[in-house]
Design a binder for this molecule. Structure first.
Ligand code: C2E
Ligand code: CA
Ligand code: CA
Ligand code: CA
Length: 279
């Protein structure tokens, strides 16, 4: 009926308004959180697949919220992307990770490579490579201890721009990883056109590979492709020993996943993975 139709309309309108208000609230609080250093970084180990020795860590942002507890990135990154706050967030993460590397170097620790996620919005801005260069110079870190993880999502917008940015970064010595590989629809053309050092096989393929021969076939193909191009290949989302054995047999270079470790707060990561050095 007309009445219930209108009620439904009112209901959806209300719901949408609540959604908008919630987003505006998150945006407001996130702005403060970034400015006041309230975000924090977790570190998930990246291990050499044949020795299981630590190579590096992926840096993953968390938001310890005074009322809502530790907020995972999926609950605020999309809002940050929508509102443009992602530029400040990504820059903060990159600078904080760089500062951490320089602290390890000063402590005489053999610094693990830190992989930082950079969203397509930030990557597409013209000053990004310059910003990275500035931060590396400020903290005087070896550039190859920094890896930039990019995804193919939304990159189509300005591939020429991304190409020159990545080329500059690679010339600096910074490593480039193509994240969530295999999930986009243009993986191959990106691979052909962009300077990349590492492929990260998307978790969705690793998840079911021990039960689904198609996922296994896809992983095998990604490995052949990656190795054929001289790239290092990571498998993320490794959760059990069957996956590990299969991935080893297929020749994966690097493991990442809950089986080895969840993302850890700094102190736990250091205690578990960075042997104390005597200065
Ligand atoms: P991602 O870049 O694909 O990061 C890997 C995600 O997989 C992380 O989730 C990690 O905790 C999770 N993961 C790792 N191993 C396993 C496993 O064995 N099983 C399962 N089920 N999950 C595993 P997280 O930390 O919640 O991050 C989610 C996404 O948020 C990231 O996906 C990335 O796209 C984004 N993100 C995280 N930190 C940042 C950041 O600093 N900047 C930007 N722009 N995005 C970020
Ligand atoms: Ca990533
Ligand atoms: Ca990923
Ligand atoms: Ca992702």
């Amino acid at each position: 009926s007309k009445a219930s139709g209108r009620n439904r309309y009112t209901f959806f309108a209300l719901e949408m308004q609540l959604e908008v208000e919630k987003e505006q609230q998150v945006e407001k609080e996130l702005k403060v959180a970034i400015a006041d250093n309230q975000l924090c970084l977790y570190y998930q180990p990246l291990l050499n697949a044949s020795t299981e020795a630590l190579i590096g860590a992926e840096v993953l942002v968390r938001w310890p919220h005074p009322e809502r507890g530790l907020i995972p990135p999926f609950d605020f990154i999309p809002i940050a992307e929508k509102t443009g706050l992602i530029t400040k967030l990504d820059d903060w993460v990159l600078e904080t990770a760089t500062q951490q590397i320089s602290m390890w170097v000063h402590q005489g620790i053999d610094a693990p490579v830190l992989s930082v996620n950079i969203s397509a919005n930030r990557l597409n801005q013209k000053d990004f490579a310059q910003f990275v260069q500035k931060v590396i110079a400020k903290y005087r870190i070896p550039p190859e201890t920094l890896c930039i993880e990019i995804t193919e999502q939304n990159m189509i917008a300005n591939l020429d721009n991304v190409y020159s940015t990545l080329t500059l970064l690679q010339q600096l010595g910074v490593k480039i990883a193509l994240d969530d590989f295999g999930t986009g629809y243009s993986s191959l053309s990106y691979l052909k056109r962009l300077p990349v050092d590492k492929l990260k096989i998307d978790r969705s393929f690793v998840m079911d590979m021990h039960e689904d021969p198609q996922d296994k076939a896809i992983i095998k193909t990604i490995l052949e492709l990656g190795h054929g191009l001289g790239l290092w290949v990571n498998a993320e989302g490794v959760e059990n020993e069957i996956q590990i054995q299969m991935l080893k047999d297929l020749g994966v270079d690097e493991f990442q996943g809950f089986f080895f470790s969840r993302p850890l707060p700094l102190a736990e990561f250091e205690a578990k993975y960075l042997p104390a050095t005597v200065l």
